[in-house]
Design a protein around this ligand. Structure first.
Ligand SMILES: [Zn+2]
Ligand SMILES: [Zn+2]
Length: 263
């Protein structure tokens, strides 16, 4: 039996559809051992509608923290999915330090002004090889900031099926090496199955590269609806086991704890 955790979940506090209690009920029904909440925190100057409002951050923290202490039948974890901006490291640090978080997910959705996951038009006319390189560089930079425990959807730029024209393995080797150096984990994110990509992030062909470089792994759904919790997890666990991983990671109070995959 695999110790199933789902740490990447969005509720009504950001762009998900459901309250934390709805997710906990669904997670228990699905037999998950741990559920972790990670609503979006996007520190752009203008409030983005997919991000939790700063004015509600305290309410979110208190609500999940209370569930964390009182719910039985499943372990509840408190996290955030925080957008990385190279020029906002200090602001991110100031906003999240002192919060009683179990983990912080680092995410790159923005490259400059543009967001890579809102529509395929972002990719039109762009040099895709270069775009992948720049995207992986940003993930590496985010990991090295020390702000994050694991990186979300490490190749989100595959979302609309724009792919590099060259063998991408060296790029993945670079990315995995950087994550390893920064001692930051990555997730296999199954939500790409619900996107034009119709596959997981990162590309399954390179999962062994992350294993070889010693990057810790966890599996997450990025659910925006309780019905999608734990979606495609059987396939994802099979993939990481076949890639050579023998353990996955869990988080508690920002401490990373490994769990064997064959327990
Ligand atoms: Zn994301
Ligand atoms: Zn997400």
């Amino acid at each position: 039996m695999i110790y199933r955790t789902d740490y990447h979940i969005h509720t009504n506090y950001s762009d998900g559809k459901g309250w934390p209690e709805d997710y906990i009920k669904a997670a228990i029904e699905k037999g998950l051992s741990e559920i972790g909440f990670s609503d979006h925190l996007t520190l752009t100057d203008e409030q983005q509608d997919w991000s939790i409002k700063l004015s509600r951050l305290g309410e979110y923290i208190d609500r999940i923290n209370k569930l964390r202490e009182t719910v039985t039948g499943i372990k509840v974890r408190l996290g955030l999915e925080v957008d990385y901006f190279p020029d906002k490291e200090e602001q991110i640090y100031q906003t999240i330090s002192g919060l009683p978080l179990d983990y912080v997910i680092g995410s790159v959705h923005y490259m400059g002004e543009g967001t890579v996951d809102l529509g395929p038009e972002y990719y039109e006319g762009k040099d895709i090889d270069r775009l992948f390189e720049l995207y992986f560089n940003l993930i590496a930079q985010a990991a090295s900031s020390g702000l994050f425990d694991f990186m979300a959807h490490p190749d989100l730029v595959r979302i609309f099926r724009y792919f590099p024209s060259v063998n991408a393995e060296p790029m993945y080797r670079f990315l995995a090496g950087e994550l390893s150096k920064s001692d930051v984990a990555f997730e296999v994110n199954t939500n790409g199955m619900n996107k034009p990509l119709k596959d997981f992030y990162p590309d399954r062909r390179y999962l062994h590269v992350f294993m070889e470089e010693g990057v810790p792994v966890c599996v997450n759904s990025d659910a925006h609806n309780p019905s999608r919790l734990g979606q495609y997890f059987d396939d994802a666990y099979t993939l990481i086991i076949n890639a050579g991983f023998t353990e996955m990671v869990t988080f508690r109070k920002r401490e990373r704890i490994s769990v064997p995959l064959n327990s």
